[in-house]
Design a protein. Structure first.
Length: 579
């Protein structure tokens, strides 16, 4: 930052330091630092007082209301989930009776008594238990109301709802029923020998109320349950009687929410949640005065802590300002020297890496020349009995000549790396170019390494305008990397297909894969995951430059231990279009 200057604003003197009007850039930097520290001290000691005072006067009431609503809504949701769980467990308890060892479709008093004992072992809210036939007759009963044995429940609302719905259980509202006392029923049905049978139990509202009271948390918090008509299902006796009307009925389609109400002259917060297991709403209410009590205390503590914190912070800043400025000056001088050394070292490393990269890229066409020369030698050796017709030999010589020209073009490409590249285009068959790379260059090498090549080509792949030599180099770079990632024994899968106006070539290997951090840098110049001396990190950078110059893209995907895949997208163009 201190070496940057505007034209005519700073000059370099004989000692090499930079001078500027009003002193050196370094002196100006530390002067600004001291000014910023002084401004910070002023901001810490004066501005916060004014801002906090203004903020609390404007936002205090709104903040309290929002906080209280959020807390009460969270409590309501938590209690609602607990009540749903309680009801689910009671339903499961009833279903378990169908599968108990004592179960019989003609239960006697002993079996029914055992059922009731099993239920009360899990919850003392169960009052009785009954077993009903499909026509609603209670053929088995245990509990404090023996006269219910043999009663006809076919006209009871809960029985008709249970038998008429698709679900196999139902939880009723509080009602009086045959016993003329408030209670609610949990009923389940089971298909046995082609006929429905019903197991039902009555739960004691008083025991359910005691359970609900154990869920209440917070000073002045009160919870009640109402049905869809607004009648109390569970309520504190001081609030009203069972089946009495609630002063507030929440909208059912909202599911849950919070509202403010004035009841009997008091401001009340009411959070509500509709249960999932029963058609009931849980109302959790708390007076405003009690809800705000903790927030007033919190504000007092916060303001006191703020004053103490500002005092301590100001003292520390004043004490350490001079020391920190001096220390920063020393560190800055050291960092400037280190930066200069690193820049010099970086330049030397880049030159070495570029030279190594040129050698690496030239080795590819040289490998073609070497392997093709070996083929010609074998063709001319009578021991191998190969076809040595002039046409065959000329074809191999053409491959050597093409590789030599490609080596020259690679040299120009690497020297021009980073400059805009304008390819020489002609209509090309991507499948044919891939076959040339695999069969003409890599086939023998991969056969020795026991690497299988799987070709999944689209036979109807359209031709497109490409620079054949350049795209061949791209394929060779990526296939080489795939082979290096596999080492010995593995598989490289090459898939081609056309999609809309693009040709996509996916080269996938079963190698070691790359980490998430490596895959992000895989196209960076000089980045490589290979061993020292085996790679320069230029191959994929050059490939990306070539593909982008053709209007395409390369996407790399990899996972450690799961192999890698490179998808090359190339636009489909004919002779009437340009890259």
């Amino acid at each position: 930052m201190m070496k940057t200057r505007n034209e005519g604003e700073a000059v370099e003197n004989k000692e090499g330091t930079v001078a500027a009007p009003g002193g050196s850039l370094e002196d100006r930097y530390f002067k600004k630092m001291r000014i910023r520290l002084i401004a910070g001290l002023i901001a810490i000691f004066i501005v916060p007082h004014a801002l906090f005072t203004l903020y609390f006067h404007i936002q205090f009431t709104d903040s309290l209301t929002k906080t209280d609503k959020l807390n009460l809504a969270a409590l309501s949701e938590s209690q609602g989930n607990t009540i749903d769980l309680f009801l689910q467990e009671r339903v499961v308890n009833l279903f378990n009776l169908f599968h108990s060892r004592e179960f019989s479709i003609h239960p006697g008093s002993l079996e029914m008594g055992n059922y009731l004992q099993l239920l009360r072992q899990v919850s003392d809210a169960f009052m009785d238990v009954g077993f009903l036939s499909a026509d609603g007759i209670q053929i088995g009963y245990a509990g404090p109301f023996p006269y219910l044995q043999g009663k006809d429940y076919s006209r009871e609302q809960w029985f008709q709802t249970l038998m008429g719905q698709a679900g196999d259980y139902y939880i009723s509202d509080i009602y009086l029923g045959f016993r003329n006392k408030p209670h609610f029923t949990i009923a389940t049905k089971q298909l046995i020998d082609g006929r429905w049978h019903v197991m039902r139990s009555t739960l004691d509202p008083d025991k359910f109320y005691m359970f609900l009271r154990t869920l209440s948390h917070g000073k002045g918090v009160e919870s009640t349950l109402i049905n869809a008509d607004g009648r109390y299902q569970i309520v504190d006796p001081d609030r009203g009687p069972l089946l009495g009307m609630s002063a507030f009925i929440p909208p059912k389609n909202s599911g849950a929410g919070v509202t403010e109400m004035k009841i009997e002259g008091d401001d009340i917060l009411i959070a509500y949640t509709w249960l999932k297991e029963a058609d009931w709403a849980l109302l959790v209410r708390q007076p405003f005065a009690i809800a705000h009590e903790q927030m007033y205390q919190a504000r007092k503590i916060m303001m006191t802590s703020l004053v103490i914190l500002l005092g301590v912070t100001g003292f520390i800043i004043v004490l350490l300002t001079k020391k920190q400025v001096d220390r920063h000056r020393v560190l800055l001088e050291k960092s400037q020297n280190l930066q200069s050394q690193l820049l010099h070292a970086s330049k030397l490393a880049s030159i070495g890496e570029l030279a190594t990269g040129v050698a690496h890229e030239i080795n590819n066409p040289l490998a073609i020349i070497t392997s093709t020369s070996g083929v010609i030698r074998d063709m001319l050796d009578p021991e191998f009995g190969m076809d040595a017709e002039p046409e065959k030999i000329i074809k191999e010589i053409d491959i050597i000549e093409s590789a030599a020209f490609r080596a020259g073009k690679i040299t120009r490409q690497l020297l021009d790396f980073g400059h805009d590249y304008k390819p020489s285009l002609s209509l090309c068959n991507v499948n044919a170019i891939l076959d040339e790379v695999i069969d003409g260059v890599k086939a023998c090498e991969f056969k020795v390494a026991n690497i299988e090549i799987v070709r999944d080509y689209d036979p109807d792949l359209p031709q497109t305008l490409l620079d054949a030599d350049q795209i061949r180099q791209v394929f060779l770079n990526i296939i080489n990397n795939a082979g290096d990632a596999i080492g010995d024994t593995g598989k490289i899968t090459i898939v081609t297909h056309s999609r809309e106006d693009k040709i996509e070539i996916t080269i996938r290997d079963s190698g070691t894969g790359m980490s998430e951090s490596d895959i992000k840098k895989v196209f960076d110049p000089f980045f490589t995951t290979k061993e020292v001396g085996r790679g320069t990190g230029l191959g994929l950078s050059v490939s990306l430059s070539i593909v982008e110059a053709l209007g395409g893209s390369i996407v790399a995907q990899s996972m450690k231990g799961q192999g890698s895949s490179f998808t090359i997208s190339l636009p489909i163009r004919d002779n009437g279009e340009s890259a």
